[in-house]
Design a binder for this molecule. Structure first.
Ligand code: CDM
Ligand code: ATP
Length: 285
């Protein structure tokens, strides 16, 4: 089979945390957050060929990630056992997003897998049920299943969709990977930011509570942030390492991208209120 022409690609978009406040911890030690998740129109792509054998096979390997640990494989297995289907799948991956960048690559891949296989295997699960299932794989999976730009609270499972004005983002990876678990276990991480009323959100009155300790332990992130701040309002996303700069005009974002020093790689993306994954699902239904 010529897979190049016959594969039907499903988008697996990136997100930005426009702000990230840590307001406490739950009884499992997980951090309670408030965050504004901005969906982007850029990301990875996945394609699925269902089979009757029940095997889940990753046709494309991700360097440094074992199949059993890959969130795509784990999402497929989780759904398969939840609905007890005899069906399996071959899964193709076009990876674009840097791993450990704070832009949600792995979580988004898991969400796309749940949504697409729910469609192909005709499981009939609701978006809410898929989101609850996704939470078993990672805190950010539910938000990607819903596929809406949204305020999120709790560990990311309480979601309030919002409609933001059109913005463009230059997202830059400083070339260092950051472990989410390490940031959350740092003794100096602020953990008691006063909760805000998300309906009165402004960029200037918010922050990323992880940014200070990451900038201290990874000077390259601090350097990148200082560089971008000369051009536009900028902030780290998630637990790093990517930093984004915000523009109302895509040409300005592209001009700054052109000016990036050689060791930093960035992409320009549009902020969207509905994710490309949700648009694909609507197109298929
Ligand atoms: C900070 C965010 O990037 C915001 O988008 C996410 O909430 C992180 O989500 P994620 O990468 O899906 O993280 P997970 O894979 O669920 O968790 C990785 C590790 O980070 C810690 N963790 C994660 C999320 C959270 N709300 N509190 C935590 O303490 C836990 O030790 C966990 O074992
Ligand atoms: N399909 C996948 N794509 C990317 N990473 C994966 C995948 N499956 C498992 N992982 C593991 O998850 C780790 C975190 O990757 P990911 O790209 O989700 O980080 P992130 O962008 O920091 O996410 P977040 O913003 O949710 O914290 C990787 O280092 C990798 O070991």
């Amino acid at each position: 089979m010529d897979t190049q022409v016959s594969l039907d690609w499903w988008p697996s978009p990136a997100k930005l945390n426009l702000f990230l406040h840590i307001t406490g911890r739950n009884d499992k030690g997980y951090h309670l957050l408030q965050s504004l998740f901005q969906m982007l129109d850029v990301g990875d792509s996945l394609a699925f060929i269902p089979n009757d054998s029940g095997d889940i096979r990753l046709a494309t390997a991700i360097s440094g990630v074992n199949t059993e640990d890959n969130l795509i494989y784990r999402a497929a297995r989780l759904l398969q056992s939840h609905v007890n289907t005899p069906q399996g799948c071959d899964i193709y991956i076009e990876k674009q997003l840097p791993m450990g960048g704070g832009i949600g690559g792995g979580s988004s891949n898991a969400a796309t897998t749940l949504v697409a296989l729910n469609y192909y295997w005709q499981c009939g699960l609701s978006t809410e049920t898929l989101a609850q299932l996704g939470l078993e794989l990672g805190a950010d999976v539910p938000i990607f299943v819903h596929g809406k730009t949204a305020f999120a609270e709790g560990v990311g499972e309480q979601i309030h969709p919002v409609s933001l004005d059109e913005s463009w983002y230059l997202v830059v990876f400083p070339g260092v990977n950051i472990s989410t678990a390490e940031v959350f276990s740092h003794p100096d991480l602020p953990r008691n930011t006063t909760p805000i009323d998300w309906q009165h959100y402004t960029f200037d009155a918010t922050q990323n509570d992880c940014q200070k300790i990451v900038c201290k332990s990874q000077p390259e992130v601090a350097k990148l942030l200082q560089w971008l701040l000369h051009y536009a309002p900028s902030r780290m996303t998630g637990t790093g390492a990517c930093v984004f700069a915000t523009f109302s005009d895509p040409d300005q974002a592209k001009a700054v991208q052109q000016a990036l020093p050689e060791n930093w790689h960035g992409f320009v993306a549009k902020g969207v209120n509905t994710s490309p994954l949700q648009l694909k699902l609507q197109e298929m239904s």
